[in-house]
Design a protein around this ligand. Sequence first.
Ligand SMILES: NC(=O)c1ccc[n+]([C@@H]2O[C@H](COP(=O)([O-])OP(=O)(O)OC[C@H]3O[C@@H](n4cnc5c(N)ncnc54)[C@H](OP(=O)(O)O)[C@@H]3O)[C@@H](O)[C@H]2O)c1
Length: 282
Amino acid sequence: MTRVLVIGAAGNTGRPIAEGLTAEGLTVRTATRGTRPPVSAAEHVRFDWADPSTHGAALEGVDRMYVLAPALVEDPSALMLPVLERAFAGGVRRVVLLSASAVAEGGPGLGQVHHLLRTQAPEWCVLQPSWFMQNFTDPRHHWAAGLQRDGTLTTATGDGRVGFVDAADIAAVGVRALADDVSHDTAHVITGPQALSYDDVAAHLSRVWNRPIRHVHASPEEARRHLRDGGMPDTYARLLTMLDGLIRDGAEDRVTDTVLRVTGRAPRDFGSFVRAHASVWR
Ligand SMILES: NC(=O)c1ccc[n+]([C@@H]2O[C@H](COP(=O)([O-])OP(=O)(O)OC[C@H]3O[C@@H](n4cnc5c(N)ncnc54)[C@H](OP(=O)(O)O)[C@@H]3O)[C@@H](O)[C@H]2O)c1
């Protein structure tokens, strides 16, 4: 039996990946920082990238892994690389990493993890999604918090467009990368079907939620201060503001056919996503 360790299994991609792999008949071990199993019919372990005492039991008897970064850490590679090296030494063959379209192989942080996988993992895949549609509905996300508070979205993205993608579609690609007999051994850039500006997003949200939503065009310094005032550590606020600049300059203005090609079904569009999640705001 192939056993897959799913890190972040209570999250936007980890949970549907754990459920999808269970449905495919694989043995799934969910890993979160909590003790409560997020998915029934799976083994569960407590796992924290920052707590080495949790790593041994999590990796025991594992063949494949889904990994995503520890939250709000500027350079997650410092915590992730030693765990992955230990995993390979212990017999893990395949690792599927959730990175981001904005992070190039070999760049800082997850770019280093991407490089390790491509060069040293027996089998590997890197998911490089664009920005998640869930950022507007997940109450933990700073945009969702701003929308809830006063109906504003504050960014330094200007008129730049983003191929927003539903985390469920990212997870569907991840399930194939983990479950397929033949390893994908590639990086998948994953987007939704349209590239939208934040003005477009605000217009969609206003229509579906039936309340005025406004995109505040901030300067990089204003956007960084806004994130900091919302409680985000300054180093992470600086990173997100830098990513806003990439969007403003057009780096995310693209769509790919990855979801259709890998899963056989088209990715969800933003209007349909917002309608399906309208209850979040009622
Ligand atoms: N949001 C975007 O637009 C976007 C775009 C591209 C890429 N990404 C990537 O997606 C990831 C986050 O996705 P998300 O925002 O949707 O969050 P999420 O997956 O819903 O939640 C983050 C998950 O990470 C786990 N986690 C956090 N810190 C951990 C730690 N120290 N040790 C073990 N597990 C830890 C959490 O597990 P617990 O259950 O233990 O809390 C949680 O399940 C990031 O790696 C980010 O680079 C996000």
